[in-house]
Design a protein around this ligand. Sequence first.
Ligand SMILES: [Zn+2]
Length: 495
Amino acid sequence: MKRLGSKDVRHHSQDRPKRFGPAFSRVVSAGCTIAIVIMITIFGSCSKTGRDSRSDTRPPILFFAIDGLEWNVVKPLLEKGKLPTIAGLMERGVFGYLESMIPTYSAVIWTSIATGKVPAKHGIKHFVYEVGKAKDGSKEFRYYTSGHRKTKALWNILSDHDQVVHCVGWWMTFPAEQINGVMVSQTNTTAALKKPQRALWKGLLLKGVEGQVHPAERQNRVMDILEDVDDSLDQITEDIFGRPPHPLTEFSRMMWDQTLWAFRADATYVRAARDILETGEPFDLFSIYVGGPDVAGHRFWRYAYPSEFDNPPDEDQIENFGEVINDHYIYVDRIIGEFMELAPDDATVIIASDHGMHSINNERVFRHTDNMIETNSAHHLDAPPGVFIAAGTGIQKPTETTPIDNLDLPTMNTVGGVMDILPTMLVLRDIPIGEDMDGTPMRGTIDLDLIKNTGIRYIPTHDTPEWLAGRHKRIREAVDQTERLEQLRSLGYIK
Ligand SMILES: [Zn+2]
């Protein structure tokens, strides 16, 4: 791993943008394309589910859902030319801050992103919900499942419009739903809650559990990929991060071990996703969730930005891990580039993070005996804004090109909020927006030519009475399935 030079050490608190208004307010900078007037044409109720012929000719969307991507990390990497794919997208498209929301729990926000709705409407209010008390009086929790979601997500809506949608690694997608495409779940296990150190770890695929992949006949193929990643994980991480040049301290070892599972999950989902794209079969929306930047940020901020801390790691450990966050961003950039190569040239590419990150626990002495919250050196509980970058068909082109190495983060535009992503993608896919959604399409992002004939279409809701009725049954089934998962674990079938 490369040594972190002193010039790389930045005080992020000084670079942070001004706080934005209330979490759900629409803040669009006056600096961005003031002259835009989008005619919102309400075409009234449109309940048809058949494929809209106009969609047939539209290039697909590649949607990269990157947890915790932070502009303050992106900027210096752009300046050094380390993120060529992201730089290319920014040069020909739209970018800015994406307003986050509170609580900044990944399970909650990513469901708001997928539904365009507030947690009270989509039903995923935390990672877990309480189910009662154990014999010793302690509270018992279970993970929410895909069955707990009370409203359609982007993969349901596109499927119901006969569009082909692939969804890989998203939060709260186990058990996998029947969609018009491939779904590879992120599977969270209730049993993991019994180990406090693992309580909020992101999920992965589990060996020996059905229902993690749709269509079901594809599951074995995906599990083979997981096996392969397990066999080659050391090589995978060495390719991304290099090899630590110095022996690890106990604390550094703990940080690495607590991050490795996220890299394992990302590598598995990336390979499963590439496997889908490599078929070359047409699709309308492809989405992949990558969790590593968030986890690496939580664990290694103090190594990357030691001057922000009263008790920085020693030089050896900084040489070991000072570049972990940067290296993972560079890996994400490479993956985005590779996937774009596998998609049509005119595809729409969207990158979004649910929130940014910044340092915490700046005065603490970090010890391996601390609890996990105290060992984190970055967090996002105050909802720092995330990253939004889009380019390609349907996205506005920049009127003037801002040199990438001249980005002024404190004055950069906010292009929308997390709940605006789904309405924006529905416009791009020529599907009406639900009036019951809390987000609105990002007007400074969408190319007006795309909607000049149709305007933006709305329907009261995508949640038909039949769909909602089927949902009650599904909640039961999904919960039953997690109970079964617990049994399997207790029997030693799942490690
Ligand atoms: Zn996080």
